[in-house]
Design a protein around this ligand. Sequence first.
Ligand code: FPP
Length: 235
Amino acid sequence: MNDIIDKKKLPTHIAITMDGNGRWAKEKGKNRIFGHNQGIKAVKDTIEGAIEYGVKFLTLFAFSTENWKRPKNEVDALMKLLISSIHNETKTLLKNNIKLKTIGNTMQLPKKCQNELSECIRLTKNNTGMTLILALSYSGKWEILNAVKMILENYSNENEISESIFEQYLSTKSVPDPELLIRTSGEKRISNFMLWQIAYSELYFTKKKWPDFRREDLKEAIIDYQKRERRFGKT
Ligand code: FPP
């Protein structure tokens, strides 16, 4: 694909549902965990691509609230992978001026995972380049319900609650809404991801399964997005 990205029409925030690791592995006669391990290559290349193209915020849906229901060996393997990736890649994040952030109920993650994440968040907090947001133990419904509970504690008059107040209680507080949401593996579903934030996002679905996704695929998605006309309900 020889088209080029129009730097003036870049999405500020791209969110990705990384789907298809299990099916990718099965096609190759391997187990699902092999697919997740290979998914890391796609994560790295996509992050490098996002920096190269000038994206300011990149959110990766790495583990959903529903994923806790998977077999224990798969959950354990995903947690181990997360711990080792964060541990090994913190220096890369520092070198590339990337700030790490998480969204989701991270208190549910194993302690070791929480510690690794907090350390990386602390070390990268003054970085000014791209913000990488990992959605972990995250679901849109959980986040909205959580916001409602906190608002009930802080407000007694419903007239004081506006959209902008509500957004202050979401885990994406101070992060702009994604203009582009990508999902890999051919599934055309939202699956409880960023339900509030994607109200006006452009959706992009690719048949490629996550372990095969690379920066060129991200570029293709951005170029596709740039060809669309965004009207936000207006004519
Ligand atoms: C979806 O494939 C993928 C996941 C549930 C996990 C994604 C996690 C990684 C790529 C590794 C950790 C990430 C970071 C950021 C360090 P699936 O298992 O749902 O595949 P299937 O739909 O084919 O079963």
